[in-house]
Design a protein around this ligand. Structure first.
Ligand code: ATP
Length: 440
């Protein structure tokens, strides 16, 4: 983990938030490469689950909604974690795990208060008066937006069940014990789908949809480059599930700090629509176009954390290996981020072998052309070996070297990140070559 944290800071993936003021309670900022990585994750997810499916549409709803939404969803009453306080050092922390924590993580004392429930909703005030009537909350999940807009989507798009509504964006939770880097923060991003299905007439009729989404989540994880050996599928037993769920599978990952949740899949029944219908007084029922039957659809909800996706993608991509140097038979260690090519923050690096104008002129022109199709970097500092290492460390799939021969043969050397194999490619064929090779 330390290696990832230090690489991420050194190379501009992730910085501690508000660092010049000594940081700010486990907040993190995404730097130039981190934001590319994060955008790649979000765009690919949207492509896979919204654009490439005929049964899912997207929304982008408000972060701060009418507080009645959170009353109806049960969050104001139920969305809490057990909070314990150490009687010796007064450190407050979340009582975690099956047996609950029995000692203080700060001083080790076992002299603790009984756990009480602490609500995780982030409060704020709307307008200039800070009184009770103006309290509002930042959303703790993206999900309720999909339920609140359900009727509008039905009316405007005439969808037939089953269909899903997807949303990605920020969520806020006043976590008692944030930590483990970007694993648990108070401000994070989620990608969630509320998949509406016909109300089951028989027991278990929802299961085929649940299984379909579990398969889809596995497909995504493979695409993200995650080794299945690092994953665990944990069916949450009765009594431990969230207040709205009839079945939940937590997808867990072997982080360096232990096996913990990565994503979740829940069968939310008609809990949310029913409560919003009661609370808002609006008819949120669906009318079956064939039978004219009216009912509340049920919901399967697959949910993905963006930041945890990025963390596991970095952990699984990190490799240390031996690489040959310019000297025959000599090797040196290299760190290489073996991101799937679609995920790599930079796709191509253009590296002129010398800073001499005749070369840099050709290399800069090449860079300008390539940058129309790919995210590129231009680097002319230090030795070529060091520049290759730098690109390996950020996971750039292809390095293009422009040398003096290029001026004669109008070709460049293309080096593959994983095999380190080098191909000589004609400049006019380069864009097609890269397009083809970046596909897989
Ligand atoms: P945990 O048990 O780790 O607190 P949760 O069960 O409360 O998670 P969900 O409510 O199911 O989490 O949220 C859906 C997803 O959002 C999680 O699977 C995770 O990827 C992400 N997530 C939840 N809380 C946080 C957080 N504090 N920081 C970063 N990501 C989070």
């Amino acid at each position: 983990m330390d290696k990832i944290v230090s690489l991420a800071k050194r190379r501009g993936f992730i910085f501690p938030g508000s660092e010049i003021y000594g940081g700010f309670a486990n907040s993190w900022d995404y730097g130039p490469l981190g934001v590319e990585l994060k955008n790649n994750i979000k765009n690919e997810w949207w492509k896979m689950f919204v654009h490439q499916r005929t049964d899912v549409v997207g929304v982008d709803t408000s972060l701060i909604m009418n507080p009645k939404v959170w009353e109806a969803s049960g969050h104001l009453k139920e969305f809490s974690d057990p909070l314990t306080e150490c009687k010796e050092c007064h450190h407050r922390f979340r009582a975690e795990g099956e047996t609950k924590q029995i000692f203080c993580p700060s001083c080790g004392s076992k002299n603790l208060t009984e756990a009480t429930q602490f609500n995780l909703m982030f409060k704020t005030f709307i307008g200039p008066a800070e009184d009770k009537a103006n309290i509002a909350y930042f959303r703790p999940e993206t999900a309720q937006g999909q339920f609140v807009d359900f009727k509008n989507i039905l009316d405007s798009s005439h969808r037939k069940l089953p269909f899903g509504i997807a949303q990605m964006g920020k969520a806020f939770r006043n976590e008692i014990t944030p930590g483990n880097y970007i694993f648990r923060t108070r401000e994070f991003e989620q990608m969630e789908i509320e998949y509406f299905i016909p109300a089951p007439k028989k027991d278990k009729e929802w299961e085929e949809y649940f299984d379909m989404w579990l398969d889809e989540m596995k497909r995504w994880l493979k695409h993200l480059g995650i080794n299945s050996k690092h994953l665990h599928f944990h069916d949450i037993p009765d009594g431990e599930r969230a207040h709205y769920s009839k079945r939940t599978v937590d997808i867990e990952y072997d982080y360096p700090f232990g096996q913990k949740e990565l994503y979740g899949l829940a069968y939310r029944t008609d809990f949310d629509l029913k409560n919003h219908m009661t609370k808002s007084g609006q008819d949120l029922q669906y009318t079956d176009p064939e039978t004219n039957e009216k009912y509340l659809p049920h919901v399967i909800e697959p949910t993905w954390g963006v930041d945890r996706s990025l963390l596991v993608a970095m952990l699984d991509a990190y490799h240390e290996e031996d690489a040959p140097t310019a000297k025959e038979g000599e090797k040196e260690a290299r760190v290489v981020m073996k991101f799937p090519k679609w995920l790599a923050p930079v796709k191509v690096a253009v590296l002129p072998l010398s800073k001499k104008e005749e070369l840099s002129k050709v290399a800069k022109k090449l860079y300008k052309n390539l940058a129309e199709d790919f995210i590129c970097e231009y680097d002319e500092t230090q030795s070529i070996g060091k520049r290759y290492r730098r690109q390996d460390e950020i996971g750039t799939p292809y390095c293009v070297t422009v040398d003096f021969e290029s001026l004669e043969d109008k070709a460049v050397t293309v080096r593959d990140r994983d095999t380190m194999k080098q191909d000589r490619i004609k400049i006019e064929e380069l864009a097609d070559y890269l397009k083809e090779n970046l596909k897989n």
